[in-house]
Design a protein around this ligand. Structure first.
Ligand code: IPM
Ligand code: MN
Length: 350
């Protein structure tokens, strides 16, 4: 019996999570597993009502669950940073979800903005370090409010943190068993402390994985290759900030935020799965947002729980819907409502 903590969150979060949970119900019946869910109200609304984001006792409670299914965090009436740091990043950090796994997979060439690129060209995974780097929140102001003001933002990189991330990426690449190529994405030519340590660690760990081909690309060049030759990539490993940036680019080449999902993974603990698109206030409550990203996140969650066949069935259903039904992956342009897209996925689960 799986215990799923559900955080629908803000904006369109609840709408897409609702569809995800309907798909979960359908797939659990077909694949014979049982689960229970508990809804947690964390998010902008809850913060405006109570003044609270997420407390340590909430984190302790969440540790009792098999997985967390998250909609979106971000509210137009709350100053940027409060909910992101107070909820999303706190969950990632306190639950030590040190991997942010983001598959970049194009299901239907029609939805790709790149000319002459098809489904066979865009199929790679970004392994983003998820607890360190610039996200650590280290730094300070000096002489604040004066003309001599200085703002310092530190990128914090530990050997331990880098090594466990790189090791995960090698293992993931081996298990994925496609090109068997792992690319380190960094900036060794400028950020000579952080990326020296990343590079040294990468090539040291690589010795344990002689079956995996290694490659290195600077982050700016990675952006170029992702557009020009995305077929070169199999698995990319990178730090928190670069991973954040290149996965938004990745989301665009796989068809947009409507389809892009991610997992915040603690291989030894509780992991959390989310559509990466955010709360989309503009589309909230209109039944027009694309729920497929949340449904893809559900598929990742099922795989993480060990329900590989159910995970596959959900992904196959998504592929079917994306290749035979939808006019677009963008909100309001799909040719179907949010709920109808959920129905289509459910109908196509074999
Ligand atoms: C993401 C988001 C978050 C991040 C924000 C909302 C804090 O952009 O999941 O990529 O920067 O990691
Ligand atoms: Mn991001």
């Amino acid at each position: 019996m799986y215990k799923i903590a559900v955080i629908p969150g803000d904006g369109t979060g609840p709408e897409v999570i609702r569809e995800g949970l309907r798909v979960l119900e359908a797939v659990s019946k077909k694949y014979n597993f049982s689960y229970q869910t508990k809804i947690f109200e964390f998010g902008g609304q809850y913060y405006l009502k109570t003044g609270k984001t997420l407390q340590d006792k909430d984190v302790e409670e969440l540790k009792q669950y098999s997985a967390i299914y998250l909609g979106a965090i971000g509210h137009p009436e709350v100053r940027p940073g409060i909910l992101e740091r107070g909820i999303l990043l706190k969950l990632r950090f306190d639950l030590d979800q040190y991997i942010n796994l983001r598959p970049i997979k194009l299901y239907n060439a029609e939805f790709c903005p790149l000319k002459d690129k098809g489904a066979k060209d865009i199929d790679f995974v970004v392994v983003r370090e998820n607890t360190e780097g610039l996200y650590k929140g280290m730094g300070e102001f000096q002489n604040k409010g004066t003309p001599k003001e200085v703002a310092i933002q530190i990128s914090y990189n530990t050997r331990f943190g880098i090594e466990r991330c790189i090791r995960y990426a090698f293992q993931y690449c081996r298990k994925r068993n496609k090109q068997k190529k792992l690319t380190l994405c960094g900036k060794t030519n400028v950020l000579t402390y952080a990326w020296d340590l990343w590079e040294r660690t990468f090539y040291e760990v690589a010795k344990e994985y002689p079956d995996i081909q290694t490659d290195y690309a600077h982050v700016d060049a990675t952006c170029m290759w992702m557009v020009k030759n995305p077929e070169w990539f199999d698995v990319i490993v990178t730090d928190n900030m670069f991973g954040d940036i290149i996965t938004d680019l990745g989301a665009m080449i796989q068809g947009g935020m409507g389809i892009a999902a991610g997992g915040n993974i603690n291989p030894e603990g509780v992991s959390m799965f989310e559509p990466i698109g955010g709360s989309a206030p503009k589309y909230t409550g209109k039944n027009v947002i694309n729920p497929l990203a949340a449904i893809c996140a559900l598929s990742m969650m099922l795989e993480n729980l060990g329900e590989d066949n159910a995970a596959k069935a959900v992904e196959e259903a998504v592929i079917k819907v994306v290749t035979t039904k939808l006019k677009s992956l963008a909100a309001g342009k799909m040719g179907y409502s949010t709920q109808e897209v959920g129905d289509l996925v459910i109908e196509n689960i074999l």
